[in-house]
Design a binder for this molecule. Structure first.
Ligand code: GTP
Ligand code: MG
Length: 271
């Protein structure tokens, strides 16, 4: 197997679409993903992705398929922590994609709780970290992206983190798949892998969950109430997003070339 220089560590709770997005990136059904009431991925897996960079050199990335963190029993949470740690151990120098699900546009409290737990164990760096909000309807409020960007920064205490907004795609539509893949590749091209030093084990106890979720819920409600005060910040973020969107359209051709050059090697489960 080609030695893996950098990792693409896709994190987020169960059901947010981590395995689905990894497959789109790899351009094959490498990892199991499904609509399910229970968590699907239970063991960390790795598949390599080779991308030719702008100077024609091959860069090998290990794309990780990892379980979510939060579940409704402590034993599973503890197993998930170990699986997440495997990815950081295997590839400490990585790009981190943290995927948020949403319910009718609202960011889920448990996704913020899980992020905070991981971010405390492996302090994440804005050069290598991107937030993804997945499964969005194509039509949404005109300040949605700006508003969620500011909210996420406040809830996670991270400033200057990029946020990528992904539409729910029709998987039978090749054009939509291609455009989603281009966005995933754009993340890899834009971010710089950083070394993630472990500070301590991931700490998350089921019996503390309600408290932790309540803290996030209160912060979210306070943000909603005071949204008017953040209007300027939201507008700035929205403008940045709109500019980026226009720019990305012109870069799609270049990314399509990257996609064509992408080659696959092996796939294995980490033990
Ligand atoms: N049609 C469509 N389905 C999506 C999209 N994003 C995610 N899904 C579906 O959402 C469901 C859950 O996705 P998974 O990739 O299994 O989620 P996961 O985060 O890997 O979940 P765990 O393995 O349990 O941690 C699957 O049925 C995916 O195919 C999308 O943009 N379009
Ligand atoms: Mg999965």
């Amino acid at each position: 197997m080609a030695s893996v220089k950098y990792g693409v560590i896709i994190l987020g709770n169960s059901g947010v679409g981590k395995s689905f997005l990894a497959n789109v990136l790899l351009r094959e059904e490498a990892f199991v993903h499904k609509f399910s009431a229970e968590s699907v991925t239970h063991e960390t897996e790795l598949k390599t992705l080779i991308i030719d960079d702008s100077i024609g050199a091959n860069v090998t990335y290990g794309v990780f398929n990892i379980p979510g963190l939060i579940e409704n029993n402590q034993q599973r949470i503890d197993l998930n922590k170990k699986e997440i740690e495997k990815a950081f151990r295997q590839c400490p120098t990585s790009i981190i994609i943290y995927v948020f699900g949403q319910q009718n546009g609202r960011i889920r409290d448990e996704d913020v709780v899980a992020f905070n737990a991981i971010n405390s164990a492996y302090p994440l760096d804005k050069r290598s970290l991107i937030f993804v909000v997945n499964g969005l309807p194509t039509s949404r409020a005109k300040d949605y992206e700006g508003s969620v960007t500011v909210l996420l920064q406040k809830l996670t205490n991270t400033f200057g983190i990029s946020v990528c907004f992904l539409d729910q795609i029709d998987t039978t539509n090749e054009q939509e798949k291609m455009s989603l893949r281009a966005k995933m590749l754009q993340i890899i091209v834009d971010k710089t892998p950083q070394y993630h030093a472990k500070q301590h084990d991931i700490h998350l106890q089921l019996d503390e969950m309600n408290n932790l979720k309540d803290i996030i819920k209160n912060l979210r409600q306070a943000f909603d109430k005071q949204k008017q005060q953040f209007q300027e910040e939201i507008q700035q973020q929205q403008n940045r997003y709109n500019e980026l969107k226009t720019q990305q359209k012109t870069e799609t051709a270049y990314l399509q070339k990257l996609i064509e050059q992408q080659r696959e090697t092996q796939y294995r489960t980490l033990k």
